[in-house]
Write a protein that binds this ligand. Structure first.
Ligand code: KG4
Ligand code: ZN
Length: 345
């Protein structure tokens, strides 16, 4: 069976073809250049660019795989969560194509797509699992008995981890998306230079919170009277002052510290066979390195998606869609985009 996956929930227009859980081709048209000057995604610009790109992205995906439209057996599309206008572009295209080819259509929850991305490289990742989706829009931790039996045990009370990294890069004048930029620059700084404390959640519940860290860092930045770094520093790191590199490394360390702390607390009293970390921030080199070491000592394997599948892509949507199709969960033509879509079971 050949499944076409489509993703347009935020700022990437993506298509992928999958057969028997293997990727035949996967194309992502990134909008980084469009949103870079604004330091974040501008929803209206995102929708317009999805509209411009979607036909070309799908045609290129088919061409790369040497597959014709007529060979597609089913279409999986991101139904939510995400930006309404952006979701609608992918969904309307998917409906039109599925109708004209007379093939089944399934909606996919974007977070379940990220969770599924682990299984390309680790098809036998064990359950029960702690599954963390950590991206620009989400920081949510689930306890999973299987791919469809789960309970959300923690989420962010304010900003997502990726958002915290993006906002810091914006403050520093480094552009969007901030996560990969800070990841690269952190290697040149001392992560112990500034100590940012872990947020304490007053209710005692397990939760993430990144807005306090962002405010504390903005205070340090203002009190030190630092200025945003010159725009050409992205290509020439040597012009970034050492204290700014230390500041970046300390900030990224604080984000990773919190993620590891919450995962460790979530292990307490739970039967956990493996830990899965997915979403754009799961590409972060410090998070990968430290979590592998940290949980190896506790005897729990940690799985990440292939780095190329951490940020938004359509292969993960096709795989999550394949799981729904196997359960006989086809959708009808009145499938609606839903920015607050709950999980499919
Ligand atoms: O999964 P994704 O593409 O979109 C959402 O579903 O939100 O994640 C994008 C986020 C951005 O915040 C970006 O800064 C972050 O992932 N990101 C990273 C890295 N690569 C992307 N954060 C830290 N380190 C990275 N290497
Ligand atoms: Zn995503």
């Amino acid at each position: 069976m050949i499944i076409l996956g489509l993703e347009s929930s935020c700022d990437d227009t993506a298509a992928a073809l999958l057969t028997e859980r293997k990727i035949l081709s996967s194309i992502v048209a990134s909008q980084e250049k469009t949103h870079h000057p604004y330091g974040g995604v501008v929803p209206e610009l995102a929708s317009r660019e999805h509209t411009d790109n979607i036909c070309f992205v799908v045609e290129r995906t088919l061409c790369d795989a040497g597959i014709d439209f007529s060979e597609i057996d089913a279409i999986a599309v991101t139904q939510g969560p995400g930006l309404m206008g952006a979701l609608l572009v992918g969904l309307c295209y998917a409906k039109g194509l599925a109708f004209s080819l007379d093939v089944p259509l399934v909606g996919v929850n974007h977070l379940q797509g990220h969770m599924a991305s682990i299984f390309f490289d680790h098809p036998r990742a064990e359950y029960p699992a702690l599954s963390l989706v950590v991206s620009g829009g989400h920081t949510s931790l689930f306890y999973m008995q299987s791919d469809s039996e789960f309970e959300e045990i923690a989420r962010t009370l304010d900003d997502a981890a990726g958002e915290a990294l993006d906002k810091m890069a914006k403050l520093l004048g480094l552009g969007y998306p901030g996560g990969p930029i800070l990841d690269r620059l952190s290697g040149g700084g001392n992560p112990e230079a500034i100590r940012f404390s872990l947020p304490k959640i007053s209710s005692g519940e397990l939760a993430f919170s990144f807005s306090g860290l962002k405010s504390a860092a903005a205070r340090v930045f203002a009190e030190a009277n630092w200025k945003p770094v010159p725009s050409d520093s992205r290509s020439d790191v040597s012009i970034i002052p050492e204290e700014i590199l230390d500041f970046i490394a300390s900030y990224q360390k604080a984000v990773v510290d919190q993620i590891l702390d919450r995962l460790q607390k979530a292990l307490d009293g739970r039967d956990v066979a493996s830990i899965h970390i997915s979403g754009g921030v799961s590409c972060n080199s410090e998070l990968r390195y430290r979590s592998q070491n940290f949980f190896k000592n506790l005897g729990v394997p940690v799985y990440f998606p292939n780095p190329s599948l951490t940020t938004d892509n359509a292969a993960m949507i096709a795989l999550a869609g394949a799981r729904r199709i196997e359960k006989g969960q086809e959708d009808s033509w009145d499938l609606k985009a839903n920015p607050n879509l709950p999980f499919y079971r």
